[in-house]
Design a protein around this ligand. Structure first.
Ligand code: URA
Ligand code: SF4
Length: 213
């Protein structure tokens, strides 16, 4: 693809391709491929786990209850969707039917591996300075395998191949399952991690760019 295309144009071409993907069994139950959206030139990218019911229905990432919480926490750091790009490790909803109800489930490693063809190209186009992984499946795929969320969240890693700095935060859907003080504490931890990411972007922009010599 021509280098003269903007990031937005290259992402849109990639999205068009992804809309007909059948590389893993999740295509069979999806309504929409949720490719991701936001500012193609954003220095800060959030990578979640995968679409839920609202996302599947609309084709847009983080538009359900978890997304509302994420928006609120970003807003507390002065960040809006226009400042960032948001996507997921898998682009189609992973769910199971249990007692007649359709429930979300974590994506399987084989599904994450199949879908990395899209995430890989997406992040290669965007080239963010900072990535925030929301939840363990994202941190496993982006930071290191066997990521232990409760022990390792809020720490900076330079092991993500798509950005010089990566951090993992609690998934907003996990926070929504907490109650009382646990809810307040986990919510606070997400705000703190987003704030740390905002500061890291500023710091990384000031740092001398890597050069060939
Ligand atoms: N949870 C996710 O991980 N991603 C979404 O897009 C929505 C909910
Ligand atoms: Fe393709 Fe990813 Fe959807 Fe699987 S989850 S069908 S790999 S877009």
């Amino acid at each position: 693809m021509s280098e003269s295309l903007s990031r937005g144009e290259r992402l849109e071409a990639l999205r068009q391709e992804a809309l007909s993907c059948r590389a893993c069994p999740l295509w069979e139950t999806r309504t929409n491929v949720v490719f991701g959206e936001g500012n193609p030139d954003a220095p800060l990218v959030f990578v979640g786990e995968g679409p839920g019911a609202q996302e599947d229905a609309t084709g847009r990432p983080f538009v359900g209850r978890a997304g509302k919480l994420l928006d609120e926490c970003m807003a507390e750091c002065g960040i809006t969707r226009k400042h960032v790009y948001i996507c997921n490790v898998v682009k189609c909803r992973a769910c199971i039917r249990e007692a007649g109800k359709v429930q979300n489930r974590a994506p399987r490693p084989a599904e994450v591996a199949a879908c990395s063809r899209w995430l890989d190209q997406q992040l290669t186009i965007i080239q963010p300075l900072v990535i925030v992984c929301l939840g363990a499946p994202s941190a496993n795929a982006m930071i290191h395998p066997g990521f232990r969320m409760l022990a390792e969240r809020g720490q900076w890693f330079d092991t993500c191949r798509y950005a010089p700095h990566a951090i993992a935060a609690l998934h907003p859907a996990y926070i929504l399952r907490q109650q009382g003080q646990a809810f307040d504490e986990t919510r606070r931890s997400l705000v703190n991690d987003i704030e740390a990411a905002r500061k890291k972007v500023i710091e990384a922009r000031r740092a001398p760019q890597r050069t060939l010599f």
